[in-house]
Design a protein around this ligand. Structure first.
Ligand code: ATP
Ligand code: MG
Length: 429
């Protein structure tokens, strides 16, 4: 017997009953980004492997063990994108759209791929909405990114369930000095570190701050703090950001251990975290990466961005029961027709109504059927009203108009008056 075909572990179908929430979420975010003046960019899902190695950093979890990498038929090493920033930087450089200091405020949406251990809120194909801003180096734009997400949580009804964590990694100079101090301190406590942290101490010491290991965490209590190593420029930038968040009234907590998984961050780093999703608590994360564009072969270009995980935010909406009621109804009106002549007249009538009410969600019965079976389908569709066309109605050029949810008697409406009548009783999105 042949094995039944299955999707790859950690790569999910998003079924029709789930897509309304996804579309609601995506629609809400894209409207908000439009309103703040951000423009969408769409990059390929596959890029040369080299791009991610150079931008994300060789000694990060992503590049070391999470990438889907393969040789294509030409022998080129390609990788399914694990995140969006690298490709976005590649694209703006390739097309010269950040040259001469041009400001770009860009966003993207789509699937990302990481070979992680699948669990709730962590998948191998997952989806992000990400945003990148180029050629603005002040804290005002860092603040704007955070303010936008704050507004988003408000619109989605999840503001009380998320918390903003903030840190500054400083300029690369101050980070360099901090790294030295940290390495010196951790080396003196080498034996008390977990194995992973011992390895990171050599490859990517700042990541040790990120450890979940209790013994290593105990060692870190007295470790040097990044905040003490910030130079004047980094300090002023960080203060400028905090002042703006205070001005808008956005609460935050400073988390000196927040370093982020990717190599390329500098100055501002932030995460929106929740305790509603178990272990996978970060729903949105980002920061400034002023050195990245140059590192990737461009002219020095400041950059700042974030990405949010759509699966985790959809889970939040579900967990907190913040899915708008109206999403559950997909059909406004269901047209039933009995007999071939009525079917043909019904089709033409439906198209006339759609001409006049382009936002009406009108479903025409397909597959004919008895009175009883068509009504059952009308009811099951969730429609508010059924339209009925039989011999009687045909003869009088009217349509039966039957409320399916509660109030009101069935009445006859003249074909010519149908669109106007529907406009008065169906609220259209
Ligand atoms: P984590 O610490 O949870 O692994 P990360 O730091 O690797 O996250 P980023 O690369 O910053 O994550 O991605 C931004 C956001 O994308 C995360 O905050 C999260 O919401 C989401 N995300 C990242 N990896 C996954 C995944 N494997 N499955 C689902 N969502 C993810
Ligand atoms: Mg990760």
């Amino acid at each position: 017997m042949s094995k039944s075909l299955q999707a790859i572990r950690g790569m999910n179908d998003i079924l029709p009953e789930q897509t309304p929430v996804w579309r609601y979420f995506e629609g809400t975010v894209s409207r908000l980004l439009d309103n703040y003046g951000y423009k969408q960019i769409r990059m390929p899902i596959v890029e040369f492997t080299e791009l991610f190695k150079r931008s994300i950093g060789e000694v990060t979890d992503i590049v070391e063990k999470e990438m889907y990498t393969f040789d294509d038929r030409n022998g080129d090493s390609l990788t399914l994108r694990p995140e969006g920033t690298a490709a976005c930087v590649r694209a703006v450089l390739e097309h010269g759209i950040t040259g001469g200091g041009q400001v770009q405020k860009l966003w993207y949406i789509g699937p990302m791929f990481r070979h992680e251990r699948p669990q709730k809120g962590r998948y191998r194909q997952f989806h992000q909405i990400g945003l990148e801003v180029f050629n603005l180096d002040g804290p005002d734009i860092d603040a704007e990114l955070i303010i936008m997400t704050w507004r988003l949580w408000g619109e989605l009804g999840i503001r009380d369930a998320v918390k903003l964590e903030l840190n500054s990694l400083g300029t690369s100079e101050s980070r360099g000095r901090y790294r030295e101090a940290l390495v010196e301190y951790l080396s003196a406590h080498h034996d008390k570190l977990d194995e992973d942290s011992q390895r990171r101490l050599k490859t990517n010491p700042l990541r040790v701050l990120d450890t979940k290991n209790a013994d290593t965490q105990a060692v870190l209590v007295n470790a040097p703090k990044m905040a003490d190593y910030l130079d004047d420029e980094s300090r002023a930038h960080f203060e400028g950001l905090k002042a703006r968040l205070d001005a808008v009234g956005i609460p935050y907590v400073l988390n000196p251990k927040l370093v982020r998984g990717l190599d390329y961050y500098s100055k501002t780093v932030f995460e929106w975290v929740t305790d509603k999703l178990g272990a996978q608590g970060t729903v949105c994360a980002g920061g400034r990466y002023d050195g990245l564009v140059e590192q990737m072969g461009g002219k020095p270009t400041p950059g700042v961005g974030f990405a949010m995980g759509i699966e985790r935010l959809v889970l939040m909406l579900e967990t907190l029961e913040q899915i708008p009621q109206e999403l559950s109804r997909q059909v406004d009106v269901y047209l039933c027709a009995f007999g071939e002549a009525a079917e043909l007249a019904g089709l033409a009538l439906a198209e006339r109504v759609r001409d006049q009410l382009p936002n009406l969600r009108l479903q025409v019965n397909a597959g004919a059927g008895s009175f009883k079976s068509q009504f059952k389908k009308a009811d099951k569709s969730g429609a508010l009203y059924a339209l009925i066309l039989g011999d009687d109605e045909m003869a009088r050029q009217v349509v039966g108009f039957k409320p399916l949810r509660g109030q009101g008697e069935q009445q006859n409406i003249a074909w010519d008056a149908l669109a106007a009548h529907l406009a008065t009783c169906v609220v259209q999105g």
